[in-house]
Design a protein. Structure first.
Lengths: 417, 536
């Protein structure tokens, strides 16, 4: 079973750090050569591979690319390689940037050839110092390499590649916030439309892809779409990096075939539950999704299967909770995270997340009443969709999901139960 | 242990015996310790498999609790109320009180929690006195050298130098709090009376009768009780420390015995002043320690990642009562030997210079008993502590030793007529949590003071340095802890470190059903789960 671990992105041959020579010696650069040979074929390959956005949304990558490609008149187009990663339980992008920055940059260059973007920005969380350092070193080597000039020649326009330090705030990972940040402003999310593909950085067409997505692009263009599809389990294609944490024996980052079951991830790769406790629940994809419970252990961890359980795969983060762990406390912590992360421009989000947090805390510390539990239920109905971005929706999703599946735990802490 | 000389025979030998001076051969000291001192017996030690001291030698019984699983799990935190304070002090002895007083003087709000009552501690058991270089012919430098030498030069020099320099100030502070010390005459303005302790180069022991610690605790308890800003909690043991998202110490989970529920204390700083481990009865030794000395602080700090030191070094006080059995371990003060009382074996012979450091005297007693020259009294073995001849030489001296007379009364004899039967008793933990001069540990937010710390005494403690240490480092920890009061409050109160710990336990193949800290001695039969459930 372990032979399915780390087959592509985290393959040991690829973990050469910022060393471009070593990357090229181990088979790197072939994807880019293929792309240079036939730039117009790339999008079709990506479409055939079923690659979807690994930053959490799971939107088909080729469609995003088509929107940007369609902006033929623009002189200047941007690509933001999103490595802002800050949510609890997700720690894959920092690892990719630190251990394998070259495959991300190569993926970005292939993307440039496919879509015509010519300003490539590695948008990295400054708190991840090792990732920033590795990316900077890799960028310097690429800029001096003939392949880089070949891409520029093929584009016929000036090509730039640089590292941009994000604000380090969670909200800065949101697409429109990332654009504001790159423009030099505070990462306030904006209302869509206009969409970034038409009106992004400085009003120019802008493509935003997660760094894991770009890393996959490199290997798809090298080996072909069919090879990539066959990596997945069943209908799913490719591999996915899962960030496993919580009450398991071996927490960590696991690259596995897309569609690996939750049970295998937790019990085979994760070494099973910590201290022999019973499995209780998983917060999937970071905190902003619906909770999976023991009934869902056999779910295949791919976009569609998880969605059928009314949850989302998200970033691939799996925070495992055992029996013996209070759900209310955990939800309180996640809502606190959202409340802290709110940019504050939309009052329902700014005040609503705090309000939820306050009531949750009261219940968690044994001071809540039934009326306050009703308050939570009603806030859960009122708040979704009230912000410019989806932050408040994320907070409410966790809350509603926990109320749906673990209401008795809430009730057990009430004074007037 | 062989049984030794029968009581009747030994008593005859005692009455006819000589008390010739003993020429103690210094060169044999090392082999004596190696052969007879419990610290040097490798069959009772093991190496730690997990934690900050992985690979270090440790007493086996101690290793078992250090590598134990937590008493609580996350489910226990659900619904628990949260109490906020600046400084949480765990332990109601001398170090905890000193820290509390100084922390409030530095404008911090303090909660002092103890699993028993304020003053149920080993400080009150300290009989001999307190060392401070206040004598005319004495200097802190001499005190420094004596302390290092006694500890086999294993002590942390920074800590020792600070402590000896604090000595005179500690005495002044205690006098201002109202503590009494023996003086050279009845005149209220007479100089403080100084006595010489074993292993020291100058008379440096300040004492009050033979219950110096009790007198010290009397004034500390009064001060703590009446000082605004200190909230004292009793019967509330700490069952686990709490960590924030960075693994720093963020407070503690406290069990309220009366209401049978857990509560969480969020604090900018936590000071562990939990004392020693005597009631773990390492290697079945009796102990002079109080009921609560079960090493909780070591276990809590180690699980949170703090580094410990000298986990295989303990002090055995030479003169614990051996007979009657139910009083075994109770201490006859070193003051008796300081005043001139000798030790005699079953043949009526002296066998050691009684003013040698404690480890040498204790090892000598064990040697006499193991080699059959001890006295066997109804199965209890020991040697004589010759109080009758002391009284003959210095009539009236025993009148000054209230604790000694009280103990003799409990043993059912008159110390002027009959000697005590004594045997070494587990007395003090030389090592402990590694600290800096301000009491801080390797875990941010966690401070330690008193016997729970290590590095001050090396591998053997000088008499009188314990009472000095608890004051000196209690102060320092109190100041440093209060200094954190303006930090932003901890956002998360978790037991993440426990999960990490459980992972390490599992990977090392250690049992998860071995829970600690112990909180109360084995024979108290306390079980937290059963207590929460109302079954005991």
């Amino acid at each position: 079973m372990t032979n399915q671990l780390n087959q592509v992105l985290l393959h040991e041959n690829n973990q050469v750090g910022s060393n471009l020579e070593a990357w090229l010696a181990n088979g790197g650069g072939e994807g880019l050569q293929n792309a240079l040979a036939a730039p117009e074929a790339i999008i079709k390959t990506i479409e055939d591979s079923n690659l979807r956005g690994m930053g959490g949304a799971g939107f088909p990558t080729y469609r995003k690319w088509q929107f940007v490609l369609a902006e033929k008149d623009a002189e200047v187009k941007y690509l933001i390689c999103n490595g802002n990663e800050d949510e609890p339980g997700t720690f894959k992008d920092r690892l990719l940037l630190e251990k394998t920055p070259n495959q991300i940059i190569e993926g970005a260059l292939i993307t440039a050839l496919a879509t015509g973007v010519n300003h490539l920005i590695l948008y990295i969380n400054p708190h991840e110092e090792k990732a920033v350092e590795a990316a900077r070193q890799a960028v310097a080597q690429w800029e001096a390499h003939p392949l880089f000039a070949s891409v520029a020649d093929s584009l016929g326009r000036p090509l730039t590649l640089r590292v941009f330090l994000s604000s380090g705030l969670y909200i800065g990972g949101e697409e429109t916030a990332a654009i504001s940040s790159v423009e030099g402003g505070f990462p306030f999310p904006k209302k869509k439309p206009p969409y970034p593909a038409q009106h992004g950085v400085h009003g120019q067409p802008t493509l935003i892809n997660n760094v894991e997505t770009l890393a996959h692009v490199t290997h798809i263009v090298k080996h072909g779409a069919e090879w990539y599809r066959n990596l997945g389990v069943g209908q799913a294609s490719g591999t996915k990096i899962y960030s496993l944490s919580g009450d398991v024996l071996h927490p960590g980052v696991y690259e596995l075939p897309m569609g690996t079951s939750l049970r295998d991830l937790v019990f085979e790769y994760g070494g099973g539950m910590l201290a022999g406790k019973e499995f209780k629940a998983v917060f999937t994809g970071g905190p902003s999704n619906t909770i999976l419970t023991s009934e869902d252990l056999d779910v295949a961890l791919d976009w569609d299967s998880v969605q059928e359980r009314r949850s989302r795969l998200g970033t691939g983060a799996m925070i495992v909770i055992s029996e013996g762990t209070g759900i209310v406390k955990r939800v309180t912590e996640y809502v606190d995270f959202f409340a802290d992360s709110s940019c504050g421009q939309c009052p329902p989000c700014k005040i609503g997340t705090r309000q939820i947090s306050k009531v949750l805390r009261k219940i968690d510390t044994g001071r809540g009443r039934r009326a306050e539990l009703d308050h939570l239920v009603n806030l859960g109905k009122l708040l979704p969709g009230s912000g410019r971005c989806a932050l408040v929706d994320g907070a409410v999703t966790v809350l509603n999901s926990s109320l749906d599946k673990f209401k008795s735990e809430y009730e057990a802490h009430l004074i007037d139960r | 242990m062989t049984n030794g000389v029968p009581y009747e025979t030994a008593w005859q030998n005692y009455q006819t015996g000589s008390s010739d001076p003993v020429q103690f051969d210094d060169s044999s000291k090392e082999s004596l310790l190696k052969q007879f001192h419990p610290d040097y017996q490798t069959n009772t030690t093991t190496t730690l498999q997990i934690g900050a001291n992985q690979g270090d030698v440790c007493q086996r019984q101690l290793a078992q609790v250090l590598q134990s699983n937590s008493l609580i799990d996350e489910v226990d935190l659900a619904g628990a109320s949260i109490v906020d304070t600046d400084v949480l002090i765990i332990g109601g002895g001398g170090a905890g009180c000193a820290a509390a007083l100084v922390a409030t003087e530095n404008d911090a709000r303090v909660i002092l929690t103890t699993k028993l009552r304020l003053g149920d501690c080993n400080t009150v058991m300290a009989e001999g006195g307190l060392q401070a270089s206040v004598g005319v012919d004495d200097t802190p430098q001499q005190h420094f050298e004596d302390t290092l030498r006694a500890g086999y030069f294993k002590a942390d020099r920074k800590l020792v130098s600070q402590m000896v320099m604090d000595g005179p100030d500690v005495v002044r502070w205690l006098i201002q709090l109202g503590m009494q010390f023996d003086q050279e005459s009845e005149d209220p303005f007479a100089s403080l009376s100084l006595k010489r302790a074993g292993g020291t180069s100058a008379p440096r022991i300040l004492s009050f009768r033979d219950y110096t610690g009790l007198e010290m605790m009397r004034v500390l308890r009064e001060a703590v009780t009446y000082r605004p800003g200190i909230e004292v909690w009793r019967s509330k043991p700490v069952v686990e420390l709490l960590s924030n998202e960075f693994g720093h110490c963020a407070g503690a989970a406290v069990y309220d015995m009366r209401h049978r529920k857990l509560m969480l204390v969020r604090a900018h700083a936590v000071i562990l002043a939990t004392g020693g481990i005597g009631r773990m009865h390492l290697n079945a030794f009796p102990t002079s320690n109080h009921f609560g000395a079960t090493g909780d602080g070591l276990v809590l700090a180690y699980r949170l990642g703090a580094k410990l030191r000298e986990l295989d070094s303990f002090q055995y006080h030479p003169t614990g009562v051996s007979y009657p059995r139910h009083l075994a371990g109770s201490l006859v003060s070193e003051a008796a030997r300081s005043a001139g009382a000798t030790l005699l074996n079953g043949l009526g012979e002296r066998f050691v210079d009684e003013l040698q450091p404690r480890d040498v005297v204790a090892a000598s007693i064990i040697r006499e008993c193991e080699e059959g020259r001890g006295i066997d009294w109804d199965g209890q073995v020991g040697v004589w502590l010759d109080t009758p001849r002391l009284e003959q030489q210095r009539p009236g001296i025993l009148q000054r030793f209230g604790s000694l007379r009280h103990l003799a009364h409990k043993c059912g004899h008159d110390p002027a007529e009959k000697p005590f039967l004594v045997y070494p008793t587990l007395h003090y933990q030389n090592g402990g949590v590694v600290i800096q001069r301000n009491g801080s540990t390797s875990v941010p937010g966690l401070f330690c003071a008193g016997e729970v710390t290590g590095g001050i005494h090396g591998r053997n403690r000088l008499m009188g340095n314990a009472l000095l240490e608890i004051m000196s480092f209690g102060w320092r920890a109190g100041v440093a802890a209060a200094g954190l009061r303006h930090n932003a409050p901890h956002r998360r109160l978790t037991i993440e470190h426990v999960h990490k710990w459980q992972r390490e336990l599992t990977l090392a193949g250690l049992p998860l059903d071995n829970h600690g800290p112990q909180l109360y001695p084995d024979y108290a039969n306390f079980n937290l789960r059963a207590h929460i459930a109302g079954e005991i």
